[in-house]
Design a protein around this ligand. Sequence first.
Ligand code: 5GP
Ligand code: SF4
Ligand code: MG
Length: 466
Amino acid sequence: MCGIIGIVSRSRQVASDMYYGLYGLQHRGKESAGMVTSECGEKCCFQGEMGEIPIVFSKKILERLSGNVGIAQNRYSTTSESSFENIQPIQGYWGGEEFWIAHNGNLINTEDLREYCLNKGRQPSADSDTAAIASLISLTSAFSFEQAVKKTIQKLRGAFSLVILYKDRIIVVRDSLGIRPLCLGKRKDGYIVASETCALHHMGATLIREIDPGEISVINRAGIKKYYHPSVTARKFCIFELIYFSRPDSIVLGRRVGDVQENMGRLLAQEHPAEADIVIPIPDSGNYGGWGFIEVSKIPNGQKAILRTHLISRTFIEAVQELRDQGVDLKFVILKEKVMGKRVVLIDDSVVRGTTQKRLVKWLRAAGAKEIHARIFSPPYMYPCYYGIDTYRVKDELIAKRNKGDIEKIRQELGLDSLEYLSLDLAIKAIIETPCVRKPCISLKPDNFCAACFNSRYPVKPSKIN
Ligand code: 5GP
Ligand code: SF4
Ligand code: MG
């Protein structure tokens, strides 16, 4: 999962805009960030570094990044390690001219693509799938750069939303299933593309539309032109974007993500009611679903019983379980007097390894909670994701997989009094039935989603499924 941005302005320097946009996408990746700018196709300026936005970009650096065209990325490593050479955007050359590329998603045929490049005598600049795409473009002969991009894309398998900076323009690409999000916004001085509408908001742009699955468009000072636009035959949008990844204020498929999660919480309360004294939505990922659950169940809101400190954020990616436990313990504090002697329902978006639930159960018991029930607004997370989410790396530790989907066994392992998950059918119904905040509404069918981490129906088959 990464965040990407592309911007073309007729009148402004774009570096500081992209800085705010990246801030808005920080939840999609915190390992590294980078941006590249260009002044009307003149030489490009690049800055990239490991770490979060304020560490990577100082005021002085932003002033050095001159130009009115630019692309940027926040990275959350998937295919390759988190390292300096994998920072994006990544540079390539086509026809003697430089181009830069930023990617959200993950390819499943990176090894084959690397081999193809090596056989043609070109070593990709890094081991990431994105570096392989850059090398492929460089190796592709065509009468125009856009044509080279289009030819390259036919070779890619997996999830890819791309922004590519070339001379005075940006080429925007989305894979034909539209697995990862990408949207187009407008400002008085030009166009902006971003992974999520929350970034458009921070850049002062308004949403025009989503980039269609399979679309290739070119943006320059004159405007945006769809270069290639196949009719959308299949849409397989990542359902987990709506459950967890995308920011609640973002608009995805015409719907506000927080509204979708609230609806999931409502349906969860109908499908799996609980008898309890308070409902605690686990902040922040459980908030909206929790509010929906509270509305339907009419159980009092126990939000005040848990405090989340925002100084700790990345408990999930720690390599050692002890550090992940410690991270969760630092992240959440239970206020004893608010739970003592009470029957508690915990609401969260998902259970992956089970770290969050286990630690909270421990602290709730220590604080004197009488019963602890968990209600999760997604199905058991059983299978790794190959399209850009780091559960790819967690595959052997998925608690639902380890317990073969047996909810009673998972409940026991987590130490809960009861545990229930929202069924996939209802999760999808919750999305489809959420009213659109934008017209015309994108009408959706149940098979418009990738839900492979729940049902193992991978829309692009990986060669080996773990
Ligand atoms: P667990 O603690 O069970 O291992 O993970 C579940 C928690 O991590 C949930 O609160 C959820 O919000 C969050 N989560 C779910 N999927 C991901 C992911 O792919 N990456 C990160 N960083 N967190 C996740
Ligand atoms: Fe999203 Fe899961 Fe599909 Fe990955 S496998 S793209 S996380 S729904
Ligand atoms: Mg969470």
